[in-house]
Structure formats: C-alpha cells, structure tokens
Design a protein around this ligand. Sequence first.
Ligand code: 13P
Length: 284
Amino acid sequence: MPLENMKVMLAKATAGRYAVGAFNVLDYNSAKAAVQAAEELRAPVILQTSAKTVTFWGSRTLMGWLRELTASSPVPVAVHLDHCKDLDLVKECIEAGWTSVMIDASAKPFEENLSLSRQVVEMARPRDVTVEAELGAIVGVEDDIHVKEQDSHLADPAQAAEFCAKVQPDCFAPAIGTAHGIYKGEPKIAYHILEKVAATTRVPIALHGGTGLSDEVFRRCIALGCAKVNISTQVKYAFIDGFVAYHNAHNTQYDPLKVIKAQFDEMKKGIAANIQLFGGVGKA
Ligand code: 13P
C-alpha cells in the first residue's frame, strides 16, 4: 500500500494502548529489515531517517528505496524525518515524499520553538504530512544533535499544554528523562510529567531514547500515552555487530552479500522483538 502519515496509526495505537515502533533506518538493508519484520508480525511501522542520513544519501535516492520497499507492503508504513532543525531540509523531505516530519527546535527559547514548530505545521498540513514537535531537552547524542547532561531539562506540563494548543502537532515529544544513546545508569523516568502531559495535551506522545529501556519502562510509558517508540542506537549496533560477528566467524570468506544478509538478520531480529514488546503484533 502507499505510504501513510502517522495520524491514523497513532490514533489507533493510543486507543488500543499499544505503540508503533519507529526505527531509525540507515540504508536499503536496514529499511528492508524493518519492513519485513513488520510484515511478518502484521504490524504498522514507522521508518525514521535522521537528517544526517537524508543528507548522506540524498532525499530522492532514499525515498526511491523506501517507496520501492513498501509499494506492495500489506502493512501501514510511515516515513518520518527524525529530529530536524533545518526548515529547508524539512521542506525538501516533504517535497520528496516523506509522510511525516519532526521539527526539533527544543534548543531554542520557548517562543521561538513555538513559532518554528508552527511554521512546520503550516508547511506540512496542506500536504497531508504529520508533524512531531519537541519540548524540553532530551539528553544524549542523536546523530548531529548533542545534548549534554547539564543542558538537558524535562518538559514543563503547563508549557506543554500551551505548546500543543498553539502548535497542534500530530505527535509530541516531551523530555521525560529518557536519553538518546546507551544509558549509563538506571534512567529516572518522570512518569508524573508524562501522565500530566498526555492528559492535558491529548496528543499522541513519542517516547525518545528507546534503546536500553526495560520492558517495565516501556509498559508504563505506553500505558500512559506513548503511542510511538523511537529506536535508533539498537539498529546501529545490530548493523555493525551483525557485520563484525559474521566476519569474525568467517574471516577468510570475503563474500559481501553474506555479510549484508547477516546484518539484515541481526537488525530484523531486534526490530521484531521491539514490535512484539510494544504490542504492535496483529495491529496492521
Ligand atoms: P535511541 O538511539 O536511544 O534508541 O533513541 C532513538 C531516538 O529517540 C531517535 O529520535
């Protein structure tokens, strides 16, 4: 089926108290792993691309692969631009066929974040493209975005309510204590903030920093309104580890297609496990 935006899939997930897995894909192989995992589990899926990945391959090339991979897919697939600070790139992706975009102006003062996020909604809505916006600052590294511990801060529920009322995003990413990358200690999730934000904004929430969270954290966050769960670092690790493990086990066999298949299997296994954990099985 043709690519979808996130609106219907997130509304269904919110109503059904499960979450749609949003996986950061890097190339054709990782995107194929996510699509095949979703198809086998009859689950909706979001293929996310970082701004860095779009710039690396070029938006048309990347969208060409993603369209080809999903054209005859029986499950709903959205293609989402993750954490983008650059309005020109947002515009380029919308024109190239992305069905969803994230504006990340969370490092800006509140009024500026609000204004930039609104501009993206105005750009996207006439094209039926959904918009995710962020408030607060999520600690860690997500490609080109680096937020140090001392610069991170949680979303304020009153500001979140005002932000969502004024911006009207389709999906909202409040900083609630999760982190991009590998957790160094036990994450302290601000469930009280998540609960308040979900209840007052009534916008589906995106849970960032999914890699390394426990099953219990996922379960509680999804129950409180997280309808989209972002997984990036885990895909990156599987991409590299799948390659290295295969080569170490067959270090005289220089057969790239076998290595690519090993990477694919490793990525698909992790993605499928996450889809199951988030409750997406059979929801397509
Ligand atoms: P991780 O890299 O921690 O999985 O976070 C992914 C993410 O939130 C992408 O926006």
